[in-house]
Each structure stands twice: as structure tokens, then as C-alpha cells.
Design a protein around this ligand. Structure first.
Ligand code: LFR
Length: 472
């Protein structure tokens, strides 16, 4: 019988369970269950609903059974940097506070008083984002030190779900690197750094790499579901899983396009040079100890928020259509300005930015949407130039993967502003990468090269060519 593996892929706005099977050298996907994800206010903080999300995962597993699927294994990936702390009885001491919560405001600067920015970058290779785990933990140390003292376990979001499934506590490598607390060279928790910060080292677990079989379901869950399965670690950082699905890495810059746009290349070594620091590129850990040399760009979050601020009166495709019609409007905002991370109202924030910078102010939904897409494309172009400068080489093409690659207007804009060919797909890059890691662990696929060939043969990729030759 063909084996099926389940990917649980939870992003900032939705989660799903997708079953993957290998059939005649191709990977086939079958969506089992989809659910909503959102940030909610709990007390003082903006949080994720960790327990509800776990219930949703369980509902999805029950659905497998109803659909007659007996999975061989399951693997979970989510966004990065966020975590829970458990006490000595393994009960959560904290909510799963979201990285968009303002508790990290000003923390980065305080950490720089203890360790210089340059040293931190040299040791971890991780970009400076005010929401990185390091600053979240530092904010706890400052504001709730008693809580940090009680903590016996540090689990990132997928680690926590894996613990609930299996009873095993471990920190998965690709996600752990996003904390800015893992040494880029030893690939272990940076104990010296933790000492400098005064954060208890004991709560961190052994770092385990993708393709590790973490365990099987707990006895309780086996009796609840009526079957057992392996729990395998994919790249539990969603972007790590997505990058596995970029079929052609040679001379290719990828953009993993979702709530965030992650733009970069796969690399064999971390690049911690001054220029990479100045441009704020990261070296996150990938499968097989490859590095994801990339940079975060604010991404489709901008348009998601715009849609929400219009009370969902326009669908995403309507906003794209209106943007296409707003041909005469031109204004660019710096999408990476922290002011767009969680503004009260995204539309107002964009308008204010345009006023402050002396640009035309968007006055219609189409103009707002056009401003967002133009601004994203312009930021991608800047990142592409920076990558080419750092690598001292030209890249031939850009491969947009993930849900955002369905935005044809943005794909064409990217081709035009970068003057490069754009490949769009696969759409389900993250789930595909997650499933590929499980088949690798089960030895159904030999190695990453075979996995990528198979992905190339299994999923549609559209191509866009620059419409006009831009002078660089
Ligand atoms: C994308 C992503 C990015 C990470 C951001 C916050 O979903 O995982 O890679 O920087 O979310 O965790």
C-alpha cells in the first residue's frame, strides 16, 4: 500500500492538514482539513490560541480516519520565533504570546548594551528583528523574572504540539535558529550568549534536526484516534519547509510568499560579513545543515490588513483588480518600517507615511492596493540587488513559492522591476517540503536532490517574463 504522510502547516492566518502520497514518482496532495488562525488579545498581550490550534490538529487527525487514510507519519510546521515555557509539572507558564505583541519594543537596544550587535551577528548570523525570541525572552527577564525562573522547558510552537502528541520534549533545529540564540557554526544553543543575557540555560532542550523520528503518539491519543503513527520532525519553521520545495536552486533567488515575503538563496555556509549585517540578511538553519540566506519583507500581511480594515468588503482578487485599474497612481512606502508590523489601521498608516514623505496619498481601495504591491515589488528589487552584490554574481530567475505566488499581478510586477524571469509555484510549497522531509526520514526518497526532482515533476510552475527591459 502507498504510504501517506500528513503535513500540519499552520501559518499566521490559517492552518491545514494535507496528506501526501508517492505515486509513480510523483507527489500527490490531498487536503484533509483547514482551519482559521488569528491573533487574539489575552489580558495584556496579543497571543496565539495554542490549545485551540492543538484541538484543530486533533480534529484533522480524526478526519483522516473518516476519509480512510491511515497515515504512516505526521509532521508539524508553523511560523517561527514564538514559544511557550513549561513549569516543572510540564504545564504552560505562559500564553503563546505573538511576535507582533509590543512587549519587545526597545528590548533590542537593551540587549545591545550587554552584547554588541556585531558580535551577536557574528555568532548567530541571524537578522535583527525586534520580535526575535531573544528579545521576547529578554522582555520576560525584565518584566516577569519570577516566571522565567520557574521555567523548566522552552518549547517553540511546533515543539509544544509535538510534545502534546508524543510526550517528547525537543527543540527542532531550523526553528531554533530563528531565536537568535543558536550559534551559526556549532549549531547548538549558544550557552555563553545565554549567560551574558542572564537567561536560564537549563530550560532549553537538545536540538534535533529535520528528518528525526521524534516518537509515536502517546497511548492516550492512540486510543482516542484508534491508530498510532510516527511523529517526524520536518523543518518545523515553515520557511525552512518551503525552501525545500524550490526545485531549482542554481542561479535562483526564491521568494517564499505568504504573510511574510522571505527572499533569498540557499547556501552552504553562513555569511556573517558586515555587508550582510548592514543589509540585515539572516542565515537561518535549513535541512541538511544548509543555510537560508534571506531577508524578511513585510509581505502580504500589508494587504491582509488593508482588506480587514475595509471590513472585508473587497476580496483579495477584487483588490488586485482595482489595483490594476489605478494605473495613474504612484507612491512607495518602506514596507519594512516597523510601523507596519502591527499598526492600529494599515490604511491610515500607509496614508500617513505618504503624507510624511511628500508623496501622493492613496484615496481609493485600488490606490491603496497598488501602493502596497508596488512597494513590495520595489523592496524585492532592492533585496535582489543586495544579494547580487553580496554574491558578486547575477541570478537568472526568481522563483516565487507559497500562496502568494497566485497573485499574477505581483508576479508580473516582480518580473518587470527586477528584469528577470519569474517562476511561480508550487503554491503548497511549505506542506510539500514538510511531506518531503517525512518521506526522506522514512527512506522512501533517497536525498534532497531526488526530492526536488520529484517536486519539479509533480507541480505546476507558471512563468512570467519581464515586459520591458529596464536599464539597471
Ligand atoms: C513566515 C515566518 C518567517 C518568520 C515569521 C515570524 O511564516 O515563519 O520566516 O520570520 O514568520 O515567525
Amino acid at each position: 500500500m502507498t504510504k501517506s504522510c500528513i503535513a500540519v502547516d499552520i501559518g499566521a492566518s490559517s492552518g491545514r492538514l494535507i496528506a501526501g502520497t508517492l505515486e509513480e514518482g510523483k507527489l500527490k496532495l490531498n487536503e484533509i482539513y483547514r482551519f482559521e488562525n488569528k491573533i487574539v488579545k489575552k489580558g495584556e498581550n496579543f497571543c496565539w490560541e495554542a490549545d485551540r490550534l492543538f484541538e484543530e490538529i486533533k480534529t484533522g487527525i480524526h478526519k483522516c480516519r473518516e476519509m480512510g487514510i491511515q497515515p504512516e507519519s505526521i509532521g508539524i510546521d508553523t511560523w517561527a520565533v514564538d514559544f511557550l515555557l513549561l513549569d516543572e509539572e510540564d504545564k504552560p507558564l505562559t500564553e503563546a504570546v505573538s511576535y507582533r505583541d509590543p512587549r519587545t519594543d526597545g528590548m533590542m537596544e537593551e540587549v545591545f548594551d550587554l552584547i554588541s550587535k556585531e558580535r551577536l551577528y557574528l555568532e548567530t548570523g541571524i537578522q535583527f528583528q525586534k520580535f526575535n525570541t531573544i528579545y521576547q525572552l529578554y522582555s520576560l527577564k525584565k518584566n516577569q523574572p519570577e516566571l522565567l525562573k520557574k521555567a523548566k522547558s522552552f518549547l517553540m510552537i511546533p515543539d509544544y504540539f509535538n510534545y502534546l502528541l508524543t510526550g517528547q520534549k525537543a527543540n527542532e533545529y531550523t526553528n531554533a535558529t530563528s531565536t537568535q540564540l543558536v550559534n551559526a557554526f556549532t549549531k547548538k544553543w549558544d550557552k555563553e550568549l545565554l549567560d551574558i543575557l542572564g537567561i536560564n540555560k537549563e530550560m532549553f532542550h537538545e536540538i534535533k534536526t529535520p528528518k528525526t523520528v521524534l516518537g509515536t503518539l502517546s497511548e492516550e491519543l492512540v486510543s482516542e484516534f484508534g491508530f498510532d503513527m510516527k511523529v517526524i520532525l520536518p523543518a518545523t519553521h515553515d520557511t525552512g519547509s518551503a525552501v525545500i520545495s524550490v526545485p531549482e536552486q542554481d542561479k535562483t533567488i526564491y521568494i517564499s510568499s505568504g504573510t511574510w515575503s522571505l527572499i533569498g538563496v540557499e547556501n552552504r555556509f553562513p555569511i556573517c560579513i558586515t555587508k550582510a549585517l548592514d543589509y540585515n540578511f539572516t542565515n537561518e538553519g535549513g535541512i541538511d545543515y544548509q543555510y537560508r540566506f534571506l531577508k524578511n519583507i513585510m509581505g502580504l500581511w500589508m494587504i491582509q490588513e488593508v482588506k480587514r480594515n475595509y471590513n472585508d468588503a473587497y476580496s483579495f482578487s477584487k483588490l488586485v483588480e482595482l489595483a490594476r485599474e489605478a494605473t495613474g497612481f504612484n507612491a512607495i512606502v518602506n514596507v519594512n518600517d516597523d510601523r507596519f508590523l502591527k499598526p492600529e489601521n494599515m490604511i491610515r498608516e500607509i496614508e500617513n507615511y505618504c503624507v510624511e514623505t511628500g508623496q501622493p496619498v492613496p484615496a481609493t481601495p485600488g490606490e491603496v492596493a497598488k501602493c502596497v504591491f508596488d512597494s513590495l515589488a520595489s523592496s524585492y528589487k532592492e533585496a535582489v540587488d543586495q544579494i547580487e552584490e553580496i554574491f558578486e554574481q547575477n541570478f537568472d530567475r526568481i522563483n516565487v513559492i507559497g500562496g502568494g505566488c497566485q497573485n499574477e499581478m505581483l508576479n508580473q510586477l516582480i518580473a518587470n522591476v527586477t528584469n528577470k524571469e519569474v517562476f511561480a509555484g508550487p503554491v503548497e510549497a511549505t506542506a510539500i517540503g514538510n511531506i518531503a522531509a517525512q518521506f526522506l526520514a522514512l527512506r522512501e526518497i533517497e536525498d534532497i536532490r531526488e526530492a526536488r526532482n520529484m517536486i519539479k515533476n509533480s507541480f505546476e510552475v507558471k512563468r512570467y517574463f519581464p515586459e520591458q527591459q529596464l536599464v539597471k
